[in-house]
Design a protein around this ligand. Structure first.
Ligand code: ASP
Length: 349
């Protein structure tokens, strides 16, 4: 009898632990989150990850969340929190943003970033910049110090410099792993082209990128005044063509915030642009009354794959509910609650 009872107690305990794990893993509709971040979605497989690398990712995600949380706790704005959080990830070579940006086909690093204030609907973004150490700070400068929303290339760089944003030599963005990734893709391309009897046109732009990890970064926060803000920063996609701009710096596509919800996306940008992803999530909530999770899943799990795209997003609503859907193998991501409890995840689990 004793054995049966203790077995019963043990199973009840296990069920409770497991269901709470599933619940916190999905982190949905609990209403007590103040920040959510991502470090990119893609083919992130446990089988290809070393324990050291996994630890490094988790540590940086945790540090990024802690940095934003400390600001929110002090009563600073959600804008301050997400900018500081994104800067941590931009400064890390692990993510495809800032220091760890991927290479274009020409062997350059062309960076995109955007930030949006949900309270005022003010927004700023930069695209195709090659010398700005922290593009998210330049995006914020465009929002706050210019009468524009989006600035690109050398003009954006000139404006950033004049606004006191740190400028670096383009060599700063060179990392061996990203360089090797570009060489590998190019090699793959030439093999494919040979197999294709030289008919290059039949290779769809970007198809070869599907299997390569993304690594864009993003953050959404809710401050003590109930204001939401969202930010995204990226190097784009490895092997992208000169001048290609993805979804990340496009307001309403890769980045969006209003009074109800903040959203930051990651994935195959062309498909996110064609699906107007971030605004679609906000619109489904506003016009159809969907919950943040239903809206996010509708777009990421149905609309984006229906066109052939992949990726994920993070969303946080004004009540502190979080959604982090992705249709890839993994997505670096994490959350922090009102009371400072940080959780980070990589795989589907
Ligand atoms: N969405 C980004 C782009 O297409 C890439 C990514 O999320 O990793 O530029």
């Amino acid at each position: 009898m004793k054995v049966i009872i203790s077995k019963l107690v043990l199973s009840v305990f296990l069920v409770c632990v497991c269901s709470s794990m599933v619940f916190s893993q999905n982190s949905k509709d609990q209403g007590n989150f103040v920040m959510v971040i991502h470090g990119g979605a893609g083919t992130i497989l446990k089988s290809q990850m070393t324990p050291e690398r996994e630890k490094a990712y988790k540590e940086t995600l945790t540090q990024a969340l802690q940095t934003g949380y400390d600001k929110l706790k002090k009563g600073e704005s959600s804008l301050n929190a997400i900018e500081a959080t994104v800067r941590i990830m931009e400064d890390s070579p692990l993510f495809n943003a800032g220091k760890g940006a991927v290479f274009t086909n020409e062997g350059k690093n062309e960076l995109d970033a955007a930030i949006m204030d949900g309270k005022t609907l003010m927004a700023g973004s930069v695209a195709g910049v090659t010398t700005i150490k922290n593009p998210i700070t330049a995006a914020r400068a465009v929002m706050e110090k210019s009468e524009h929303v989006m600035m690109v290339g050398s003009g954006a760089e000139k404006f950033a410099r004049e606004s006191g944003v740190e400028i670096v030599d383009p060599k700063y963005f060179w990392t061996k792993s990203r360089w090797d990734a570009l060489q590998a893709i190019k090699k793959e391309d030439s093999t494919k082209t040979e197999l294709d009897h030289g008919n290059k046109k039949s290779m769809k732009l970007g198809v070869e990128n599907r299997d390569h990890k993304f690594g864009t970064v993003g953050a959404v926060a809710l401050d003590l005044n109930g204001n939401l803000a969202a930010a995204t920063s990226t190097g784009g996609m490895t092997n992208k063509k000169y001048g290609r701009v993805g979804d990340a710096p496009l307001i309403g596509i890769g980045t969006y915030a209003n009074k109800n919800v903040g959203i930051s996306c990651t994935g195959w940008g062309e498909f996110f642009i064609r699906n107007v992803v971030a605004y679609d999530v906000a619109a489904l909530m506003e016009y159809k009354g969907l919950s943040v999770n239903d809206a996010a899943e509708e777009v990421v799990m149905k609309k984006v794959p229906a066109l052939g795209g992949d990726g994920g997003l993070i969303a946080l609503d004004k009540k502190g509910n979080v959604s982090m859907p992705f249709n890839t193998a993994g997505m670096y991501r994490g959350t922090v609650t009102k009371d400072g409890r940080i959780e980070v995840f990589i795989y589907k689990d």
